[in-house]
Design a protein around this ligand. Structure first.
Ligand SMILES: Nc1ncnc2c1ncn2[C@@H]1O[C@H](COP(=O)(O)OP(=O)(O)OP(=O)(O)O)[C@@H](O)[C@H]1O
Ligand SMILES: [Mg+2]
Length: 575
C-alpha cells in the first residue's frame, strides 16, 4: 500500500526545478520536513505493521489478488474467508493457522498470476538476477519447498533480495509502481540498484538495501549523534537497513527542495527505494569517475559540486559523508549527487570530520585531473562560512579563482598546512574551544590566527574583519586629519587572515631584527599597535622558553637516580 501523502510529496518535489537557489527554499525545506515527518509517521506505522508481521503483508497481497479474482469466479468481501489450498470457503482465524501452511497457501495463490507475468516478461528479453531470484522463490514456494524456518528463505539473493524484499517487489509490481525490472545497474557494498520501467515507459531506479549483517557494521558511526535517532536505533541489521533507506529518501527530498541535482525519490517500502532514474535509453549516467570529461568540463564540474556542497551544508543542514567521484553522476552536462543515506545533520558530533573528508575526496579527484583547486581549508571554509550571501557566492569564487591562479601550484607549506588541518580538531562552537582566553589574546593582538580553525564556522572571522575595518577607518580618518601618510595599507582590510599573515611576518621581523631596525614597520603601523605587538612577541618568547624548559624537564634525569648511578660507579671502581 503506498503511503498516504507519498504522491503529494513527490509531486511537490518534482516541481522543484534545478534553478539557482531561491529565497523560498527555506520555506520549502520546512514544509518538506514537516510533510516528511507526517509521512514518516504514517509510514512508520505501516512499516511497523509490515515488519512486525509478514502475515499482514501476505494478507495484503492476498487481498489484492482476491479483489482481482472477483470477476473471475467468486465474490470477495473483507469479512469473507479465502479458500485454502484444499479449495472452498473456510472460516478460520488466520492467526490460528500454522505458519508454513499460511505461506504455502499464499504462495499458491500469488503464484498464479505474478509468476506468469514475470515469466511473460522474461520472454521479452528480461533476464537478471532479481527476476531469477523472484521466479525461483515463487516456484519453490509454489511447490511447497519454502518454509518460514528455512535459512535459505531468510537469506538474501545477492544479499538484497530476501523473502520480505520479494514480497515488497510483488506488491509494487501489482500496484503498478513499475511494470518490470529490466536490469541491474550496480551491486554496491550496501545496496543493489536496478533499472525498472513504469507502465508509461518511464525509467526508474530501484535501490534495494542489502540486509546482510556484515555490510552495515560501520553504519553506527553515522547514526550515533544524529538527533533523528536520539531515541536510539535498533541494531538489528534489517531494521537498520530500513532506517537507512528511509534516511536516504528523506535526505534526497531535502536536496531536491534546495535545488541540488539528485534523483527524486518516488516510493519507499522498507528497504526498497524507488527513485528517478538518472540516465537515458536504459543506460545509467556514468559516475564522475568514469565520465572522462574534458578539462573545461571538469572545471565547470568542480565549481558546480562545491556550490552543491555548500548548499547541502547551508540550506539542507546536511553533510554527505561519502561524497566522491563514486557517488556523483555526470548527466547532461551536470553533476548529480547520489547515495545520501549516510548523510548526517550539522548537529552530528562528527559532521565536520565527515565534511572535511568529503572536501579531501572531491579536491583530490579534481586536482588529479588538472583542475586548479582550493586548498582543503579554503574549500572547507567556503562551505561553512555562513556570512557569504547567496548572491555573493559567485564573486567569492571569482576572487578565490584569482587567488589560486596568482599563487600557481600549491606550495609545500600549503600542503603541510592542509594536512595539519585535516588531522586537527575543529571546534564547532565557542564552547568547544580549549584555550579561549589565549585565543582571544591572539585575535585581539592581530597575531597569526591561521590555526584557529573555528573562526570561519563560528562567524568570528567575519565579525573580526568588520571590527578591524572600522578600526582602520578611524585610524585613516585620524591620519588624514593630521595629514600624515596612510597608516594601514588598503589591502590590509581584505581579510583577517591576510592581516594575520602580514602581522606575523612583521612579528618575525620584529624578533629577528633589533627594535631600532623596525623603522619600515613603524611606517605602516600604528605605534600603539606596534607596542602591543612587541609586548605580545615578548610574551610569546617567554612562552616558548617555558615550553622548551618543560620539554627539557621531560628528559631530565632525577637527582636521586644520578646519585645512585654515581654510587654504583664508585662501588664498581673500589671492587
Ligand atoms: N537514481 C539513479 N539513476 C541511475 N543510476 C543510479 C541511481 N542511483 C544509483 N545509481 C547507480 O548505482 C550505483 C550505486 O548506487 P549507490 O551509490 O546509491 O549505492 P551503493 O550501495 O552505495 O553503491 P556503492 O557501494 O557502489 O557506492 C551508482 O554508482 C550509480 O551508478
Ligand atoms: Mg555509493
Amino acid at each position: 500500500m503506498a503511503a498516504p501523502g507519498t504522491e503529494e510529496a513527490v509531486c511537490l518535489i518534482s516541481n522543484v526545478k534545478h534553478s539557482p537557489m531561491e529565497n523560498d527554499v527555506e520555506n520549502k525545506l520546512n514544509n518538506h520536513t514537516e510533510q516528511q515527518h507526517q509521512q514518516d509517521e504514517i509510514e512508520d506505522k505501516e512499516d511497523e505493521d509490515v515488519s512486525s508481521s509478514l502475515d499482514s503483508e501476505i494478507s495484503d497481497a492476498l487481498d489484492l489478488l482476491d479483489s482481482k479474482e472477483e470477476g473471475v469466479g467468486y465474490s470477495f468481501s473483507p469479512s469473507s474467508r479465502r479458500p485454502n489450498s484444499h479449495g472452498g470457503h473456510r472460516h478460520y482465524s488466520s492467526t490460528l493457522q500454522p505458519r508454513a501452511n499460511r505461506n504455502q497457501k499464499f504462495s499458491d495463490r500469488i503464484q498464479a498470476s505474478p509468476l506468469e507475468e514475470w515469466e511473460g516478461r522474461m520472454n521479452v528479453g528480461m533476464s537478471n538476477s532479481v527476476i531469477t531470484a523472484i521466479r525461483g522463490s515463487v516456484r519453490e514456494s509454489a511447490i511447497g519447498k519454502t518454509k518460514t524456518t528455512d535459512k535459505a528463505d531468510r537469506a538474501t539473493a545477492e544479499r538484497a533480495i530476501d523473502h520480505k524484499t520479494r514480497m515488497i517487489l510483488y506488491k509494487m509490481l501489482n500496484k503498478g509502481a513499475f511494470r518490470d525490472i529490466s536490469g541491474c545497474i550496480s551491486t554496491g557494498k550496501e545496496a543493489n540498484v536496478y533499472h525498472a520501467t513504469q507502465s508509461q515507459g518511464q525509467p526508474l531506479a530501484v535501490k534495494i538495501y542489502k540486509t546482510s549483517v556484515l555490510e552495515f557494521k560501520d553504519r553506527a558511526r553515522f547514526m550515533q549523534g544524529d538527533f533523528r535517532f536520539k531515541n536510539g536505533y535498533c541494531k538489528h541489521t534489517k531494521t537498520m537497513v530500513e532506517i537507512w533507506a528511509k534516511k536516504e529518501r528523506g535526505n534526497l527530498m531535502r536536496l531536491k527542495a534546495a535545488g541540488i541535482r539528485c534523483p527524486t525519490p518516488y516510493l519507499l517500502r522498507l528497504n526498497v527505494l524507488v527513485m528517478e532514474f538518472i540516465g537515458k535509453y536504459g543506460c545509467a549516467a556514468p559516475r564522475l569517475k568514469d565520465a572522462a570529461l574534458s578539462l573545461d568540463k571538469l572545471r565547470e564540474g568542480y565549481v558546480e559540486i562545491i556550490i552543491a556542497m555548500r548548499t547541502l551544508y547551508q540550506k539542507c543542514k546536511l553533510v554527505h559523508g561519502d561524497l566522491s567521484e563514486y557517488n556523483i553522476l555526470y548527466y547532461e552536462g551536470h553533476l548529480y549527487i547520489i547515495d545520501v543515506s549516510q548523510a548526517v545533520e550539522h548537529e552530528h558530533p562528527h559532521a565536520l570530520d565527515f565534511l572535511r573528508e568529503d572536501c579531501v575526496h572531491v579536491s583530490d579527484f579534481f586536482k588529479k585531473h588538472g583542475v586548479a583547486v582550493m586548498t582543503i581549508r579554503e574549500l572547507f571554509d567556503f562551505i561553512v562560512d555562513a556570512t557569504i550571501a547567496d548572491d555573493a557566492v559567485d564573486s567569492y569564487l571569482e576572487e578565490m579563482q584569482r587567488k589560486i591562479l596568482a599563487r600557481g601550484d600549491v606550495s609545500v607549506e600549503d600542503e603541510i598546512a592542509d594536512s595539519v588541518f585535516v588531522q586537527s580538531f575543529i571546534p564547532k562552537t565557542l564552547d568547544d574551544v580549549e584555550n579561549a582566553e589565549e585565543d582571544v589574546q591572539r585575535i585581539t593582538s592581530w597575531k597569526d590566527t591561521k590555526d584557529l580553525y573555528y573562526l570561519t564556522i563560528t562567524g568570528l572571522k567575519h565579525a573580526l574583519s568588520l571590527t578591524q575595518s572600522s578600526q582602520q577607518k578611524t585610524l585613516l580618518q585620524k591620519s588624514s586629519a593630521t595629514k600624515d601618510s596612510p597608516i594601514i595599507s588598503d589591502d590590509k582590510s581584505n581579510s583577517l587572515e591576510d592581516d594575520a599573515d602580514v602581522q606575523s611576518d612583521e612579528e618575525q621581523d620584529d624578533e629577528s631584527d633589533s627594535e631600532e631596525d623596525s623603522s619600515s614597520e613603524s611606517e605602516t603601523m600604528d605605534p600603539a599597535n606596534t607596542k602591543a605587538a612587541r609586548k605580545e612577541a615578548r610574551k610569546d618568547n617567554k612562552r616558548k622558553v617555558k615550553e622548551e624548559k618543560r620539554e627539557a624537564r621531560k628528559t631530565k634525569v632525577h637527582k636521586a637516580v644520578k646519585k645512585r648511578k654515581k654510587k654504583l660507579a664508585k662501588a664498581r671502581k673500589t671492587r
